[in-house]
Design a protein around this ligand. Structure first.
Ligand code: NCD
Ligand code: ZN
Length: 339
């Protein structure tokens, strides 16, 4: 039996929600990952240290007995975030970053920032306290084509942000384009990016050819094949600027299978298996450990994990659903399985 053993990985971009959904999805992540950067886009968003600590307690309650898992909390940056709150976050050992959503860019982003240039004083504070800024990098203008929104965000906002705040650590989250890869590669070592399993495995045909498949709809939206190839090349290059962030984003089935379906792919149930398939297709299994287990920790200034996880080459069928959530590739076969 072919097996692959790597240092226990970290998920540097994860949505676990709260309430009943949290109880369904968190065990999947905790089984595979030692730690995860937890996204703050709850309703209402997690904007204060106090809220993040309460949310952290709720997450700790959902970890199965005997499982070692640490949630790494983030705060949602809004136009009303105060410099005092940023200072408090920097002093709190459980808070690891702030998340910037352009208003209206994606699920639960109404509280996001309408004009990034208006919050420059907050970015200056993040830079001063050395707290990373995690960016959902898409413009939201109705007249900007949805397939261009990431590229235009980089041109219009990100280039100026990195010029004005050269010491600010930034993660461009879930990159989906060749242009984003090139931007990150050419930027300073303060700038990194996460890449999801769906953007490594699929292009937009998976979502649109032969019928609309809502479980492949996430934001930023899947792009054409040239972009997928650029992402695979970046992820498997061994460049420490690119690391694992699933963006696993569970939604109830009826909200995705809807005349106005919401964005997000649920991948936490087999995140490592999905990445392993992508790395194997690229003949780069030897590059998986750095991407999954080292570079994210290094960027966040955390120690690397000590345990290991093993995957074996073996076919298994992905269930049709987990409670009321349909997973990515439901009913299809995966080629690797965590032991
Ligand atoms: C995410 C979600 O559902 O919270 N959806 C998605 O398509 N990725 C939000 C996000 O990260 O954009
Ligand atoms: Zn996300």
């Amino acid at each position: 039996m072919k097996t692959l053993t790597i240092t226990r990985p970290d998920d540097c971009h994860l949505h676990v929600r709260n309430g009943a959904m949290l109880k369904t999805v968190l065990p999947h992540t905790a089984r595979q990952f030692a730690r995860a950067i937890i996204m703050p886009n709850l309703k209402p968003p997690v904007t204060t240290v106090a809220q993040a600590l309460a949310y952290r307690e709720e997450i700790l309650q959902a970890i199965p007995d005997g499982v070692n898992f640490t949630p790494l909390m983030t705060l949602y940056l809004t136009a009303s975030t105060t410099i005092d709150e940023i200072k408090r976050a920097a002093e709190c050992e459980h808070i690891h970053a702030f998340k910037l959503y352009p208003a209206g860019a994606t699920t639960n982003s109404d509280a996001g920032v309408a004009d990034v240039t208006k919050i420059y004083p907050l970015l200056a504070a993040l830079e001063k306290y050395d707290l990373p800024l995690l960016i959902h990098g898409e413009v939201t203008d109705e007249d900007c084509d949805i397939f261009d929104r990431e590229r235009v965000f980089i041109e219009r906002y990100l280039l100026a942000i990195v010029t004005n705040f050269p010491a600010l650590r930034i993660v461009l989250e879930h990159v989906t384009t060749k242009e984003a890869v090139e931007f990150v590669e050419s930027a300073s070592d303060k700038i990194a990016a996460t890449i999801t399993p769906q953007h490594l495995l699929f292009n937009r045909n998976a979502m649109l050819a032969g019928g609309i498949k809502p479980h492949y709809y996430c934001l930023p939206i899947l792009k054409r094949e040239t972009h997928r190839l650029a992402l695979v090349k970046a992820a498997t290059s061994g460049n420490p600027k690119f690391f694992l962030g699933t963006d696993s984003a569970p939604h109830l089935t009826h909200l995705k299978e809807n005349s106005c379906g919401c964005a997000g792919c649920y991948s936490a149930f087999a995140a490592l298996e999905l990445y392993t398939e992508a790395f194997e297709q690229a003949n780069a299994l030897d590059k998986l450990e750095g991407f999954a287990s080292f570079y994210g920790a290094d960027f966040y200034g955390l120690s690397r994990n000590s345990g290991t996880m093993t995957l074996e080459k073996c076919d298994w069928m992905i269930p049709a659903s987990y409670d009321e959530t349909i997973p990515l590739k439901s009913g299809e076969t995966l080629r690797w399985k965590m032991v």
